[in-house]
Structures are given as structure tokens and as C-alpha cells.
Design a protein around this ligand. Sequence first.
Ligand code: FAD
Length: 368
Amino acid sequence: MTRFLCDTAIPQDLLPDTPAAAADWLVAASEPYGLTFTRDGDRRTTDGPFGRLTLTVGTDALRLRTESDNRGLLERFRGSVTEQLLGLLGEDAAIVWTGDVETGALFADFREIRVAAVRDLTPRLRRITFRGRDLGRFATSDNLHVRLYLPPPGLEAPSWPRPGPDGRPVLPDPERRPAVRYYTLRRVDADAGELDIDVVLHGDDDHSGEAPGADFARRARPGDLCGMSGPYGLGVSPASWYLLAGDETALPAIARILEELPDDAGGTALIEVEDAADELPLRAPAGIAVRWLHRRSAGTASPLVEAVRALTLPADRAGLFAWVACEFDDLARLREHLRGCGIDRDRMLAVAYWRRTPPGASAKGISA
Ligand SMILES: Cc1cc2nc3c(=O)[nH]c(=O)nc-3n(C[C@H](O)[C@H](O)[C@H](O)COP(=O)(O)OP(=O)(O)OC[C@H]3O[C@@H](n4cnc5c(N)ncnc54)[C@H](O)[C@@H]3O)c2cc1C
């Protein structure tokens, strides 16, 4: 397998302290991202979902190496490490990488895709089938999500972000810049060059222009261009009992996870939607009980939170895996409840998929 590498060195005179102190700072700054380093003499190494980062402490410099089996992941990884370094060195520092530095017009994990078909699965969920080339990297059960780059209304072909020399994306001018939102790959057929994304039509036509993702879906016509990068995210880990819990934004992921679980899998799937019209037929293992929760008739704003709290979980917490995705505040309550039930971090994936905007506040900066 090909291994792609990038190196950079930060000389002592650019560092605020010694190379060893800079390495310690980077190790601490990586912790919130779940990256833990092992130490071997002057070297500290961590293996994360993007690849490996090695910090080598010299007397004259701190040296960094990023490596990955995948050129696209290495590009993104290099960009993230650059962001970290700028936190240490200041925004104006020039970080120069050598090695497998991508100089192409687009990121290696970026694809242009075009709408091929649009159909409503429910009154509030619209399936968009896209066509694109070279989709092989997106056809994996491990990474279910992509970033969609949605052209501003009226602009047929926007400009796409491209890799800058330090690995960070160079953004197009604001008037040509696409909006970026996360979505789930509901289906990928790389041989046919086709994929499905199911988009929640939240809000209404009167507020179009305020939600680039839902607006794109509302006006999508065959031939419309959009961009996609990824794939990102994690699925479920093997378990003897699964809890899948989410709202309609998580429905595409839950539907896909249910289809891909082994036939003998057991557990419960709880899905919150507005009402019965939003339910979809799902293919699930016989041992997984699927329950739909209706906001309209629940008498509570968060029936998902109530339903998870009311569940009796199996006593063997280590054999359980909880996958939860929903609105930000609901997610915080669910995560707290599940942790309180003794479910360890590594037996749970809990991600906020969107955030309810408080009245009067702007949605900017909190969405995907
Ligand atoms: C990993 C991941 C995977 C996701 N997969 C999917 C998917 O497959 N399908 C899907 O539809 N969504 C999915 N989402 C959620 C989606 O990214 C967000 O709902 C996103 O905010 C939609 O962008 P927008 O431009 O429509 O609205 P934004 O511009 O982000 O928000 C505009 C306003 O709409 C509100 N809003 C946003 N989303 C919703 C909602 N669902 N219901 C009610 N109000 C809302 C916001 O609070 C804000 O006030 C996913 C999110 C993540 C992180």
C-alpha cells in the first residue's frame, strides 16, 4: 500500500519556547480531538482517523511528519495540523510542508456531482440522487457522511475551495463561495456513479434563502451542480446490543446502519419525526425493535430524550453500543443521561446534527 508523507520543521527561533515545550503544547492541544500520543525518546506519535502524526524534538527545531495511506486524508490532516501550529506560532506564521504536497486545483477528496433525480420520500424528506465520477472512496460502511458544497442561489457554477500551500483550504470570493453543510450518504453505487442523499425540508418556502441545505433541496432540478468532499465520520462498533437514537436528520444514517448490521443484531432504534406521515419503511434485523416517536402528539418538545430516558438498558454495558444524533441541546441531555447509565466513551457515538436557533439569533456559525 502506498504511504503518503508530508514534513515540516519549525526552527527554534520561531518557537515561543523550546522545541520540547512546543511538542508538549501540541500534545495537549490534540487531546480534545481524542488524539493520544505515545513517547519514544525524542519522538511523540499519535495515530488518528486521518493517519499518523510524529513530532520529533531536536535541539534546533521541532519536526513534524504527517502520514496516511490516503492522499485526500493526508491533505485534510496537514491542514488541521497547520491550524494547530498557527495557534502556537501566531496566525501570520508561514508553515511550509514538503513531500506529498498536493498542488492540484481541487482537494483529492473533492468531487463535483450533479442532481440526476429528485423525489419526496415523505412530506418533509426529499431524496436527491446525484451522479458523479470516481466515487469509489465514498462507498464505505465506516464513513457515512460528506460535506456538500451548495452553490449560492442563481449561480450555476460556483468556485470551489482549493488546497493552499500550507494544507488549509483557500476559499473563493464570498459571492462565488458555496455554503457547506454535512449530509449522510444514504446509498452509494460507485459502479453506476450514483449516490442518494435524503434532505430534511425544514422551515418553509417563505424563509428560503436562510437555510442553504434545505433551500438547495427545495429548488433542486436534474443537472444542478454541487460539490462534495469526504467521506467523514464513524459508524457503530460491534456490540451485542445496539441503541440507535435520532431525529429525522439522523434517519438516513440510522436506515443505513440498520441495513448493514448483521442479521442477528439486537437492540432498539428510536426515531423522532413530526408525525406518522414522516415514517419510512426500514429494513432492520429482526432483533432490533424500531420505534417511531411523533413530536406532534407527544406532549413534549423532545420525545426522543424522554424515550431514551425511559429505556431499560441491558445490564452488560460493555456489550452495548449507543449511536445518537439529533439537535444540539437534546444531544447534550442524551449524552449526559447515557454517561450517567455507565456507558463509556468508546461504547457511544453521540453527535449534534443541527442546532435550534434561539429566537432573534443568527444560524451562522453553529450549523455544519
Ligand atoms: C454528520 C452529519 C450528518 C447529517 N446528515 C443529514 C442528512 O442526511 N439529512 C439531513 O437533512 N440533515 C443531515 N444533517 C443535518 C444538517 O447538516 C443540518 O440540519 C443543517 O443545519 C442543514 O443546513 P441548512 O442550510 O438547511 O440550515 P442552516 O442554515 O444550518 O440553519 C438554518 C435554520 O434552520 C434551522 N435548522 C437546521 N436544521 C434543521 C432541522 N433539521 N430541523 C429544524 N430546523 C433546522 C437552524 O436552527 C437555523 O435556524 C447532518 C448533520 C451532520 C453533522
